[in-house]
Design a protein around this ligand. Structure first.
Ligand SMILES: Nc1nc2c(ncn2[C@@H]2O[C@H](COP(=O)(O)OP(=O)(O)OP(=O)(O)O)[C@@H](O)[C@H]2O)c(=O)[nH]1
Length: 366
């Protein structure tokens, strides 16, 4: 085997890229790899967003931390937090409509000089979800495009592999294992953060989603458990294939009703968990009530009408195990009291309909 210094830098970068086990690290790695190609001026990550079931797409530049390199230079006049309609970027919109994997573009720097760029489109389950934007001053030739696309292909292939292990095969939602991993990360992250904080250091944990280590903003404020009502009856009456279809269609309704910042898990057979970032209680109630109504209004092929029961709880100052238990208690209450409703744990507690569970400790893990 050759010594590392005999391997071309790009091969070394590719080897490093496929060694990562989280999406955020993989993103940093592909951006670093592209940035190190000769002549590259900047590389950025652009999220493609579709909020609350709206048909139109938006795009938004995102900061990606690449340690020693300045990972991203936003275009002039473009603030990172700005969300722009994709309608404004004809080239990219057309490429996405045509299902292409990249398109070329032009850009202009602050001094007015023109440059060339390429958008590499990331697809997940037939949906364009992100673009990697690469800029340089020189025009692209076929060889250059081939090289960039090859790096991008390795990234996409590896991302698909990561996705495969994180997602539920039937619904495409995040799976139970990913939820459990998150629980461990949060627990370990909190512990590492507490230790680092007490020493005045930054947390050293490996995942950028750990809020304790990398951000002051909480990961989620609410946890909702959603359970399809009388699902066994659906299976028994129509068969498992129709049951599976109900699971897929309910998952699609879930995706439409929540924002890209909320995280959706298939937690068990017909049970789903949503981590929501909504700030206000009334907002969460409205979103969950809207979800309940969307499912109830939908006509499921052959099966007809299906309903869901929802219980939710607030994350503040509650350990995840207790939070799950609180949401589950609220859900259980709905199941025992007519189903097809939304219940908030604190409301049930205040009205004496449920009682306090044993508290483990007062650590906010979200
Ligand atoms: N089709 C299908 N069924 C599943 C899957 N996973 C679990 N199930 C079924 O889901 C059913 C869940 O039934 P129960 O736990 O009794 O719940 P339920 O009938 O929804 O009753 P309530 O929750 O009280 O409304 C069981 O019959 C499981 O076999 C799956 O992936 N596909």
């Amino acid at each position: 085997m050759p010594e590392p210094h005999h391997i071309s830098p790009i091969l070394q970068d590719l080897a490093e890229m496929t060694g990562h086990r989280t999406h955020s690290r993989l993103e940093e790695s592909v951006i670093g790899t592209l940035l190190r190609l000769p002549q590259v001026h900047s590389v950025g990550m652009v999220d493609l967003l579709q909020d609350n079931g709206a048909d139109s797409l938006f795009y938004k530049y995102r900061q990606v931390g690449v340690s020693e390199l300045s990972a991203f230079i936003a275009p002039p006049m473009q603030r990172l937090e700005d969300k722009q309609p994709l309608q404004d970027v004809a080239h990219l919109r057309q490429a996405i409509s045509a299902g292409r994997s990249y398109c070329l573009m032009r850009w202009r720097d602050a001094s007015g000089q023109f440059g060339h760029g390429i958008w590499l489109i990331v697809w997940r389950q037939q949906k364009a979800i992100q673009c990697i934007e690469l800029r340089q001053y020189e025009s692209f030739n076929a060889q250059r495009i081939e090289l960039i696309c090859a790096v991008f292909q390795v990234y996409q292939n590896y991302q698909n592999l990561l996705d495969y292990s994180e997602r539920d095969a039937l619904t495409g939602l995040l799976n139970r294992k990913t939820f459990d991993d998150l629980r461990f990360q949060l627990r370990d992250g909190a512990a590492a953060h507490n230790a680092a904080g007490s020493m005045g250091n930054r947390c050293q944990c490996d995942d950028r989603q750990c809020k304790h280590a990398h951000s002051d903003k909480p990961l989620a404020q609410w946890l909702a458990m959603i359970d399809i009502d009388s699902f066994k009856q659906i299976n028994d009456q129509f068969g498992h294939l129709y049951g599976d279809e109900v699971l897929i269609l309910v998952s699609n309704i879930l995706r439409k009703n929540f924002r890209h910042t909320d995280r959706l898990f298939r937690y068990g057979g017909e049970e789903f968990i949503v981590l929501l970032k909504e700030a206000e209680l009334c907002g969460v109630k409205a979103i969950l009530e809207q979800l309940r109504q969307s499912v109830a209004a939908f006509s499921f092929p052959q099966v007809g009408k299906v309903t869901v029961s929802i219980g939710f709880a607030r994350a503040d100052g509650v350990v995840l195990a207790n939070l799950l238990e609180q949401a589950d208690r609220a859900l259980y209450f709905v199941k025992k009291n007519g189903k097809n409703q939304v219940a908030y744990y604190e409301d049930l507690l205040a009205s004496g309909k449920v009682h306090l569970p044993v508290q483990n400790s007062e650590v906010d893990l979200f």
